[in-house]
Design a binder for this molecule. Sequence first.
Ligand code: LCS
Length: 406
Amino acid sequence: MKKNSKTSFETKCVHSGIDEYEFGSVVPPIYQTSTFKFKSAQHGASLFAGEEKGYIYTRLANPTVEAMENSIAELEGGYKALGCASGMAAVSTVFGALTSSGDHVICSAAVYGPTTTLLNAIFKRYGVESTFVDTSNTQAVKDAVKPNTKVIYIETPGNPTLAISDLSAIAEAAHKNNAVVVVDNTFMSPALQRPFEFSADVVLHSLTKFLNGHADVIGGVIVVKDEETYKHFRKTLSQLGGVIDPFNSFLVHRGIKTLSIRMERHCESAIKVAEYLEKHPVIKWVRYPGLKSHPQYELGLRQHDGHGGMITFEVEGGIEAGRVMMNSVKLAQIAVSLGGVESLIQHPASMTHYSMGKEAREAGGISDGLVRFSVGIENVDEIIADLDFALNSVKESLTKAAVPSV
Ligand code: LCS
């Protein structure tokens, strides 16, 4: 499609990355091939030497993967994107590309658990030192900057605390020190937040979540702003090898066509669920960017085009009561991951953030009683009725526990 700079986000979701295809195919064909035939020995040699353009081998480039990458680059307002085998492949490729022994990284304290462990367990062994700070506190980020700080890695809103970090202010501090700001935009998707608009340098996603949206793909993506960075990242990704395959790329590209309407529904429903939870007597606290009680509510209004589909909360009675609740829901499923069409509920301290250890969790504000809910696109009254039944089960269990035995 011929698009101009005024093309709306909704239209881009449907048409971005789509080209003219053989036989008039409206969607990108799946080039499920590992390798591409050369016309001659000389042709192969000139492709490798970069004298001619063309496909060589799918770990280096593949047209189906490229179509999906181009779509996401356009939605994020970046130059080009790199499809990765998982969100963690994207995270590790970014650190592999940007750090060397002796460098320092600042990372959000509330971040997907394995990102913390990747820095603490693997990159530390290669001489990269990391400091974990509450990046929703800009001053704390500024205070943590050292002369050798190369990367400031922000997850905003953070998983699972939903703490929101001020990207423009952090980018200003980072750029003064020649450090690069990397934003994990998984929780918002480009429909609700485009970090390049706030001077971020690199954006990444777990495609497994909202971008694909259907809980049937593991994938990741890195988006960059210029040719030089793209070439460096492409080389790093090809060498580390964590590329996405054509079929998963096709599924993600298909999922993106409905990103805009899915995000609209996630947002519409999540605010209703959050407001319902906030009023329930057994709820201790609720965190959702669309609630005025969120500590960075105003910042969220400036940085987001919607409040997202993720909610965290704690019930009275801590994790034991939280478990009663999770075991009582029927529509929502107890499962990790998020951002799919189905509602999911999980317990970060014993599941997604278990590997971080209690100390790092506490430093990141991830309490043992915190429950995370990914609001799906089911009928919102039915989602609320399901939670209501489960919370009333908690209420009953608390009442029983409070009755002294005779
Ligand atoms: N970044 C964020 C913010 C994530 O939430 C995840 C996965 C990743 C990166 C890694 O992506 P993956 O390799 O799994 O595609 N988050 C998960 C979660 O919260 N529950 O299960 C997976």
